[in-house]
Design a protein around this ligand. Sequence first.
Ligand SMILES: Cc1cc2nc3c(=O)[nH]c(=O)nc-3n(C[C@H](O)[C@H](O)[C@H](O)COP(=O)(O)OP(=O)(O)OC[C@H]3O[C@@H](n4cnc5c(N)ncnc54)[C@H](O)[C@@H]3O)c2cc1C
Length: 461
Amino acid sequence: MTTNAIEADVCVVGAGFAGLTAARRLQQAGKSVVVLEARDRVGGRTWTEEHAGCAIDRGGAWLSPRHDAAFELAREVGVSTYKTYVAGRHLLVGDGRIRRYKGLIPKISPLAVAQIGWVQLRLDQMARQVPVEAPWRARRAAEWDSFSVGRWLDDHRIRSKIGNDLFQMAVRGLFAAADMSDVSFLDLLFLIRAHHRIEDLFSIEGGAQETLIQGGMGAFAGRVATELGDAVQLESPVRSVAQRGDHVVVGSMGASVTARFVVLAIPPVLNLEIAFDPALPEERRTLLRHAVAGHETKSILVYDQPFWRSDGLSGQSAEPGSPSEVTIDASPADGSAGALASFTFGYVAKQFDSLDRPERRRMLLDVLSGRFGPKAATPVHFVETAWFTEPWSCGCSFAHLPPGIWTRFGPLLRQPYGRVHWAGTETATVSHGAVDGAIRSGERVAEEIVTRSADRALTTT
Ligand SMILES: Cc1cc2nc3c(=O)[nH]c(=O)nc-3n(C[C@H](O)[C@H](O)[C@H](O)COP(=O)(O)OP(=O)(O)OC[C@H]3O[C@@H](n4cnc5c(N)ncnc54)[C@H](O)[C@@H]3O)c2cc1C
């Protein structure tokens, strides 16, 4: 293969929302940019496919009303949004029965409801003490970073089985970690702070799952990429980054890019697969090694119609520990087809992913038929994505940190290394872990580089 020699002010590695936004803002500031993307598509952990005229989001899909940066970018590139369907009753399955309910609170024992409310309030109160820009500076950071979310959940069990299962699943779903003792309690408090309140993370209305993108999140990423024109090079996995005095040489399969700066907008652990010269310091390698994302499988079932709606159901359901732990209506805005998004998280995803595909599908359709009736058994399309096995993502939805890492290495997350800068949702403060966080991280890194470029001493040495 011939290697294309390219020169640019900035080389961006990764065409997820972080890399695409960084490139866009840098271009707008007058910088020449090249974006090297390993896959044959842009969007990274967002990925939309069309099936029977229905846009299916295999990865990130929803926006919360607080995701201002994402709404602004959508407006700039002319992408429109619509609200997730929530009318009708939601379902909670457990204890051998199906509970139908409206609003946020399922019909479990009033004591369990009060206890969940109290626990969430305590978490929000502690989270407010965590500075979103620097969680390691919280007054109690050392204490909160010394134990895991798993231990905290064990110490705060809800005194009703279904209530406890539901709450534990909801928290497990945030990180999708196979073992919740691998997640620092400080990481949970930081995540809550980054999204305002824990309820915002769990909710559809007013929360993280309120809004969908017309045409899907992948179409949104595609629109940003189109405006970057030839700057985006697909199927160009970056293998090396060599810093040489006043420039950096970035080597990918098909290109060698000489640039003033490089932005690595890729999941943290994938940095370890790049050969750095000079090598990354040991502390940073330790941080990257521990920043691993979890197991989450998202399946989309497409039907001719959103049949559950006429049965008075919203499509929202939960059954902790089952092959479909959560479902949400992900149908197109006009309801011309029905789409149910179904999720498993952490150890449950890992367990079901180990079965063969026909067995998984059969089990999933069985539980959905039990919940929504026999029509659920015959989708016209079924698409599943096990994100842990996606080589250019290595997990879902975002990397979590085990106890002891935030306080020892947290400051390195966004710290440049010579001419190497980092972006990506894992480097975000506000909206950490979400598409909005990825966009904000791209904007932050572009500003960093524009400011540095204005420093003449740096651009000439
Ligand atoms: C199943 C699922 C559901 C989710 N749900 C939501 C949701 O509803 N709402 C929400 O806001 N967020 C959601 N998220 C999270 C959201 O998708 C991510 O936070 C966001 O897309 C991350 O963007 P990013 O640019 O930081 O990283 P990525 O999207 O991972 O982009 C990184 C890019 O770098 C490329 N790359 C990696 N290594 C190299 C290399 N060596 N050389 C070149 N390119 C490389 C990758 O191919 C990728 O395209 C979800 C994620 C998943 C997987």
